[in-house]
Every structure is written in structure tokens, then in C-alpha cells.
Design a protein around this ligand. Structure first.
Ligand code: FES
Length: 99
């Protein structure tokens, strides 16, 4: 099995915590337990990811995919997806602005 995916939730920025990022972190942790994903997914709080308008923001390593406007109801799907491997939850991905 590969390295575990690391999920970081912006809990130390100025905006995301006001939009409930602590709850997202808790819910992701609860889902890891529910799905028995401890071996394949880790979740931690982190500092501002400079995408404050899209908060609560979540970034997943190693793919560096970023999710925005994450809700507690999305957490089960996020864990399920990253437990399985390389896939992403497409509907939550923050699209890069075209230059
Ligand atoms: S406050 Fe969360 S990305 Fe900036």
C-alpha cells in the first residue's frame, strides 16, 4: 500500500474557522474512524491556504488537490475517495482561474 493521503483543513486562517472548518476537521476525523481508513488517510488542521473566499478550504497531499466550500455532508465522500487512492471529489475541486 502507498503512503497515506494527508488531508489538511484550514483551521488557523481568518475566514475558514468562521465558516465552520473546525467542524469539517472533526467530521473528517469521525469518518476516518467510521470507514476504518486510519491506515490510508490522515487529517490535520493547517494555516491559511490563501483561498479564503472559497472557505472552508481543504487540501489533500500528495496530489495537492484543493476543495472549497466543503460541508460536513461532503466528508464521508472525501474520505471514501481518498481512502481508495488517486481519485478526487471533482465537484468540490477549486478550479484555477484562467489567466
Ligand atoms: S482562511 Fe482558510 S484559506 Fe485563508
Amino acid at each position: 500500500m502507498g503512503k497515506p493521503a494527508k488531508i489538511f483543513v484550514c483551521t488557523r486562517g481568518k475566514k475558514c474557522p468562521k465558516r465552520g472548518s473546525e467542524k469539517i476537521l472533526e467530521e473528517l476525523q469521525a469518518e476516518i474512524e467510521r470507514q476504518g481508513a486510519e491506515e490510508s488517510v490522515e487529517v490535520k488542521g493547517c494555516k491559511c491556504l490563501d483561498l479564503c473566499k472559497k472557505g472552508p478550504v481543504v487540501v489533500v497531499l500528495p496530489s495537492k488537490v484543493k476543495y472549497g466550500r466543503v460541508e460536513t455532508s461532503d466528508c464521508a465522500e472525501i474520505i471514501k475517495t481518498h481512502k481508495a487512492g488517486e481519485d478526487t471529489v471533482e465537484r468540490l475541486v477549486i478550479k484555477k482561474k484562467k489567466k
